[in-house]
Write a protein that binds this ligand. Structure first.
Ligand code: AOF
Ligand code: ZN
Length: 349
C-alpha cells in the first residue's frame, strides 16, 4: 500500500474523536510493519494520551523497526502528557511519516528534528491537505489566537432569511445536529433566544454539547428558555451593560465586555480555549447580525454555510438579509442536495 492509504486511515481514526479533543487537535496514528497495520490509535480528549501512545501500545513489540504514520507532527514537549517523540524513539520505530507540521509554536518542526537527531527517517507532507482540513479550526486558532468561525443561515427560494431550519436538519444525522457536535460553541442572539423555547443542541449519540454563546447587546434583561436548565449545554451570556438573566442557574454565566464586537467576542473565546464557533443567524436585525457588520470586512469569518429551503415566503414574514460585504466570493464550494433543502458551503478567502 502507498503512504497515502495509511495516512487516510490515520485521519479516519482521528475523526472518531470529532468534537471531543478541543483545544487539542484530532490526531490519528497507525504502525505498519511489512505492509501490515500492527497498531492503531487516536487522541480521544485533551488531557488523555496522544494518538502515537495508543498506537504504540496496540503494536507492542511489533513497533520495533516499523513505520509510524501520524496525521500531525509528533509533539516534543511535556504538556498535559509526555512527548510522543520519546515514545517513538523508545519503541525503536525506524521511520515516521507525518501528515502536517504542528502549528503549535512549542512543537513546530521541533518534533521532527528530535526524531531525525535520533536516527529515525522522517517524511512530512503525506495527504497534507486532508490533514489540514481535519484540524482547520485548531490551525486557525494556533495562527491567530481566535476561533475559526462559520457563519450559518437558512434562506427561502426568494432569498429571505428564515428563522427555522430545513426539515430534518436538527434531527440525529441532520447537518445541523452534526455541526453542533463538531463545533466548540454556537453564537446566537439574545433576541432569538427570548423568542424560542428550544435550544440549538446536537442530537448525535454521545455528542459533547457546544457552549451556547448568547449575544445580548444593549439588553438589560434576558429570559432564557427553561430548557436551558435541563440541557447539557453551558451558556455564556455576553453583554455590554449590567443585565438580569433569568432563570438563574450555575450553567449560565454572564460576561461583561466593554464593547461587543466580533473581535472582542472572538478574543474572549480564543483565550478561553474555544477553537471553533458557529454564528447562527435566525433574523436579520439582531445582536448577532450587528457583529457581522464589521466582522465580515475584517476577515473574521472563515466559512459560510447556507441552507436553501424549498419555500417562497412573503415580505411580511421575513426580510432579505442586509448583512454581508460587497465583492466577496466563496471558494472551495461544496453542496449537498436532499429532498428537504440544499446546503452550500464554502470558504471566504
Ligand atoms: C501529538 N499527538 O495526538 C496530539 C498532539 O497538553 P498535551 O500534552 O495534550 O499537548 C497538547 C499539544 O500537543 C497540542 O497543542 C498539539 O500541539 C499537540 N497535540 N500531538 O503528537 C496527538 N493531540
Ligand atoms: Zn504527542
Amino acid at each position: 500500500m502507498e503512504d497515502g492509504f495509511y495516512m487516510r486511515r490515520c485521519v479516519e481514526l482521528a475523526k472518531k474523536a470529532i468534537g471531543c479533543t478541543s483545544p487539542n487537535p484530532m490526531v490519528g496514528c497507525v504502525i505498519v510493519k511489512d505492509g501490515d497495520i500492527v497498531g492503531e490509535g487516536f487522541h480521544p480528549k485533551a488531557g488523555q494520551p496522544h494518538a502515537e501512545v495508543f498506537a504504540l501500545r496496540d503494536a507492542g513489540n511489533l513497533a520495533e523497526n516499523a513505520t509510524a504514520y501520524v496525521s500531525l507532527e509528533p509533539c516534543n514537549h511535556y504538556g498535559r502528557t509526555p512527548p510522543c517523540t520519546e515514545a517513538l524513539i523508545n519503541a525503536k520505530v525506524k521511520q515516521v511519516i507525518v501528515g502536517m507540521v504542528d502549528p503549535n509554536p512549542i512543537v513546530a518542526s521541533k518534533g521532527m528534528e528530535r526524531l531525525k537527531a535520533s536516527g529515525i527517517d522522517v517524511v512530512v507532507g503525506v495527504e497534507e491537505k486532508l490533514c489540514q482540513k481535519l484540524n482547520e479550526a485548531y490551525i486557525h486558532r494556533m495562527n491567530t489566537g481566535k476561533p475559526f468561525v462559520t457563519l450559518r443561515y437558512s434562506l427561502s427560494l426568494n432569498g429571505r432569511l428564515l428563522s427555522h431550519l430545513g426539515k430534518g436538519a436538527e434531527e440525529p444525522g441532520g447537518y445541523y445536529s452534526k455541526m453542533l457536535q463538531e463545533y466548540d460553541a454556537i453564537v446566537v442572539s439574545g433576541e432569538f433566544l427570548s423568542r424560542t423555547s428550544t435550544l440549538p443542541i446536537s442530537l448525535e449519540a454521545g455528542a459533547n454539547q457546544p457552549f451556547q454563546i448568547i449575544i445580548a447587546k444593549n439588553m438589560s434583561s434576558l429570559d432564557l428558555p427553561s430548557t436551558i436548565i435541563n440541557s447539557a449545554a453551558q451558556v455564556i451570556v455576553m453583554a455590554d451593560k449590567s443585565i438580569s438573566v433569568e432563570p438563574k442557574s450555575e450553567k449560565v454565566e454572564t460576561v461583561l465586555l466593554e464593547q461587543i464586537t466580533l473581535t472582542s467576542v472572538l478574543d474572549y473565546c480564543g483565550n478561553r480555549g474555544l477553537c471553533s464557533l458557529v454564528i447562527d443567524i435566525r433574523e436579520d436585525k439582531g445582536s448577532v447580525t450587528e457583529l457581522l457588520e464589521g466582522g465580515l470586512e475584517e476577515g473574521l469569518v472563515q466559512k459560510v454555510m447556507i441552507e436553501l429551503c424549498p419555500v417562497w415566503i412573503g415580505s411580511s414574514e421575513a426580510s432579505l438579509p442586509s448583512f454581508g460585504v460587497e465583492q466577496r466570493k466563496l471558494k472551495d464550494l461544496q453542496s449537498n442536495v436532499t429532498n428537504e433543502s440544499t446546503l452550500v458551503e464554502g470558504y471566504l478567502s
